[in-house]
Design a protein around this ligand. Structure first.
Ligand code: AR6
Length: 178
């Protein structure tokens, strides 16, 4: 499903964030040490190859809400933006820290002149953030950033399972209905 808001296309799709060849940048749901882990981080590091972690070692540690930019190496993208989401129930205020992830990722992408970016559901896996709440934060933060965007033309939410896809659909429909 797609929605055009001004010059920016918002898309939601089910898929693997590490296999998004049409996107210039993908976002990693990283850990503080920017190390290969499970979930999104595991998939991204496995596809990028070990050189990604070599670059990451110079940039860690990062704090919840922070984001950093690296090359994408063997991934089919140019860049990876690594951000650390909050652990639900531990890093507070959770919604603000999660919003910082989306905001900082978009700002870093803009500074680098990136035209397309893909987000996974940051914090909604191992970090335990309920998907229904995270979807609200993700969309509301992205929408609030739109007026400042000059370079980005496409923002894609890449969702891993059907239940989460449904939540994203409902939210996007509400936005398109105004
Ligand atoms: N593509 C798209 N979405 C995915 C993929 C994938 N390949 N794999 C999982 N998801 P998580 P977090 C979904 O756990 O909660 C790592 O070990 C998944 O279903 O990757 O921010 C890091 O090293 C969930 O909805 O990220 C950190 O230690 C969402 O992506 C920690 O986990 C995020 O799941 C970060 O936890």
């Amino acid at each position: 499903m797609k929605l055009n808001l001004g010059s920016i296309e918002i898309e939601i799709a089910k898929g693997d964030i590490a296999n998004q060849p049409e996107l210039e940048a993908i976002v990693n749901a990283a850990n503080a040490k920017l190390a290969p882990g499970g979930g999104v981080a595991g998939a991204i590091h496995a596809a990028a190859g070990p050189v990604l972690y070599k670059e990451c070692r110079h940039l860690e540690p990062i704090k919840p809400g922070e984001a950093v930019l690296t090359s994408a190496y063997n991934l089919p993208n140019k860049f990876v933006i690594h951000c650390l989401g909050p652990v639900y129930g531990r890093d507070k205020p959770e919604s603000e820290l999660l919003a910082n992830c989306y905001r900082n990722s978009i700002r870093i992408a803009e500074e680098a002149g990136i035209t397309s970016i893909g987000f996974p559901g940051i914090s909604t896996g191992i970090f335990g953030y309920p998907s229904n709440l995270a979807v609200e934060v993700a969309f509301n933060t992205v929408l609030a950033e739109l007026p400042r965007i000059k370079n980005l033309k496409k923002i894609k939410f890449v969702v891993f399972n059907t239940e989460d896809l449904q939540l994203y659909h409902i939210k996007l429909k509400k936005i398109s209905a105004g």
